[in-house]
Structure formats: C-alpha cells, structure tokens
Design a protein around this ligand. Structure first.
Ligand code: NAD
Length: 353
C-alpha cells in the first residue's frame, strides 16, 4: 500500500484529478490517497493558498500528485507551485515530450525528455527594482568594481548558477538516461556569453558526463538548440538545462507534440516528488466536464514509475495511448465530443478489459 498526497487544485483541477484517480485505481495498485486542499478554496478557508498541513502531508508521504492551481495575477497570492518547489527543494523539473497517434501536430515520432533545473538561475527571485535604494547601492557597488552599467535607471535580476546545483541536476539527467535506456544527454547553455554562470554549468555538465561513458555527452548553445529542435528533433534525446532555458524549451517541445493537453511533468527532489500536468487550471472550463484529463493521467504514469509500480504505469500509458489513437472517446481538443469523465471511463475500461 502506498500513501500518496492528492491535491485536486482548483479550476479544472478537481475534475481531472478524479479522472486520474479512477484510472490509477483500475490498475489494482493499492493507494491510500491523502487528499489535501491548496489554491483558491484553501485561501478562503485558511487564509493561505498553501496551508502548512499540505506541506506536512507531502513531507510525510514523500509523493504527491496535484491538479493545477490558479495564481491570480497581481493579487499578492503566492504561487503554490513555486512555493512547493522551494519548500521541498524539488530541484528537478522533468518533462517527457512524445508524439502520440491521434494528436494533431506538425511532427511525428518526437521522443524527447527535458530535465530542467528548478531552483537557480534568473528564477531564484533575487531582484532589485529600478530606482530603489537597493538597486542604486548595487549599481554603485558594481561600478566600483569596474562593471560598465550603461544606464543607471536599470532594474536588476541576478542569475546564480552553482557547482552544487549544476552537479545535482546533471547527475539526475544521466541517472535518468541510464535507467530509462536513453542514449544521449545534451547540455543546453549560453556559455560563450555568460562565462561564469552558463560556462560553469557547461564545465560541470562535461565533468559529470565523463563519469557516464555508456551515455553520449554533447552540448548546444540555446539559440542553436531552438533551431535544431524545430528542424531536426529526432537528433535529440535527453536535454539538461538551467532553469530559464528549460522553461522555454519545455514549451517549445510541448508545441512539437501538439500542445498542452497531453503534457505531463514531475518535480523531483532528493526526498520528495510532486507530479502534475504542464497545463494550468483553465478556469473558463471549470466544472463543465469538458477538458482532456490525459496530461494528469500521463503524470500519474511518471508517478507510478517513480514508486516502482512499472506494470501499473505501463497499463495506464498503453490504455491512454490507445484511447487517444482510436479517437472515439476523446475530448474536444483532440477533435472528439467526449467529456472528461467519459474519456477516463474509456481508458479505465481498456485497463480492465
Ligand atoms: P491554462 O493551461 O490553464 O489554459 C490555457 C488554455 O489551454 C485553456 O483555455 C484551454 O483552452 C487549454 N487547456 C488547458 N488545459 C487543457 C486540458 N486539460 N484540456 C483541454 N484544453 C486545455 O493556462 P492559463 O490560462 O495561462 O492559466 C490559468 C491559470 O492556471 C493561471 O492562474 C496560471 O497561473 C495557472 N497555472 C497553474 C499551473 C499549475 O498549477 N501547475 C500551471 C500553469 C498555469
């Protein structure tokens, strides 16, 4: 029996979470779901979108799967997703991108995995507002050390990339490649321009890569990487990226496979892992039994793999793939008329048959 924290989230979150839960349970795998509220409803009830008991539950259970959570713009409402990554030090964002028959896309046979660093880089949250006392002090400090600041009315974001942070993400990428029978890891960077941050990342990537002679190691400058992914995606396998490039390339790769409705992800740390769809809470569709549950169902495949339930993972993946390929019981975004729960029924009926 596994105990897993389930965060339904808000917007379309509860519907797709229920669909995912029914599909996972149909495999026969024994899971005790510890259901926890986060997001808009939790904000109303507890005065915070991420109550402490949610974090306690994940700390105890180690594994969580969550539906999307709305982050209202400009409300001062802290992003639950960013908070979870920070509080639990979930330093890996894993996003497999693969073509599935039945999903409209310009490409076929895409099979890429993005391993994105989740804690450092320009996303570290170290920022100084233009005109603030701190920005001015920082500019004075930098100028005193010979930095050429062209205009003093600059806002500043800091880009920390460490040896420790780079080593652990690159090591994860190689371990993942080895475990999943992948052939090559490509490190993505802009080391020619940012020598002390991306240059460090590249150096560490090469050092770690040398310890895995069974896996091919290469690197690409991020702009060239974008062009190559559009022109020759079949040349790539696992991409390991600092935070910002990983964010951008993940969406580029979601585009290669036909959009967000099918894109799963995992946030993984040394001790904890949180699985979720790449898409958000699509509030305009909330409560309508309309959206595609596949992204969260495919996230549960990653979760089942992670907890060692490979057979159940394979069952869920194969059934989802087949339902999508047949195209009979699929949601509007895949050209069908089925609702969220009907598509889930079709998947679980395949598992049970
Ligand atoms: P979104 O992904 O929620 O929706 C964009 C559009 O994509 C939708 O209008 C819909 O047309 C389509 N779509 C999304 N999911 C779908 C599905 N499962 N099936 C079919 N169509 C689907 O993006 P958004 O509108 O930019 O964000 C809405 C909210 O979600 C925001 O508050 C944002 O902060 C939040 N968000 C949360 C997460 C998360 O919890 N991990 C991730 C991204 C965005």
């Amino acid at each position: 029996m596994h105990t897993i924290t389930l965060i339904p989230g808000d917007g379309i979150g509860p519907e797709i979470s229920e669909a995912m839960r029914r599909v996972v349970e149909s495999t026969g795998v024994k899971i005790d779901w510890d259901v926890q509220e986060a997001g808009a409803d939790a904000m109303e009830k507890y005065g915070t979108p991420l109550p402490e008991q949610v974090l306690d539950s994940i700390r105890k259970n180690k594994i969580a799967i969550k539906g999307p959570v709305t982050t209202p713009i400009g409300s001062g409402f802290r992003s639950v997703n960013v908070a979870l990554r920070k509080e639990l030090d979930l330093y890996v964002n894993l996003r497999p991108c693969y073509s599935l028959k039945g999903v409209k896309s310009r490409y076929e046979d895409i099979d890429l995995v993005i391993v994105r660093e989740n804690t450092e880089d320009l996303y570290a949250g170290i920022e100084f507002e233009e005109g603030s006392k701190e920005a001015k002090e920082l500019i004075d400090f930098l100028k005193a050390r010979g930095a050429k600041i062209r205009f003093e009315d600059a806002g500043i974001s800091i880009k920390p990339i460490s040896i420790t942070g780079s080593e652990r993400i690159v090591r994860f990428a190689y371990e993942y490649a080895r475990r999943e029978g992948r052939k090559k890891v490509t490190a993505v960077h802009k080391a020619n321009i940012m020598k002390h941050s991306d240059g460090l990342f590249l150096r560490v990537a090469n050092e770690v890569g040398a310890k895995y002679p069974d896996i091919e190691t290469e690197d690409r400058i991020v702009d060239n990487m974008c062009m190559q992914l559009v022109q020759k995606p079949e040349l790539y396998d696992v991409l390991v990226c600092p935070n910002l490039y990983g964010d951008i390339l993940s969406d580029l790769c979601s585009g290669l496979i036909g959009g967000l409705g099918m894109a799963p992800s995992a946030n993984i740390g040394e001790e904890h892992a949180v699985f979720e769809s790449v898409h958000g809470s699509a509030p305009k569709y909330a409560g309508q039994n309309k959206v595609n549950p596949s992204a969260l169902i495919l996230s549960s495949v990653l979760m089942l793999h992670h907890i060692g339930e490979r057979e159940a993972a394979d069952k869920v993946f194969t059934a989802t793939r087949d339902v999508v390929a047949e195209g009979k019981h699929v949601t509007y975004d895949l050209g069908g008329t089925a609702g969220t729960s009907q598509m889930a029924d079709a998947i679980l009926n395949k598992i049970l048959s």
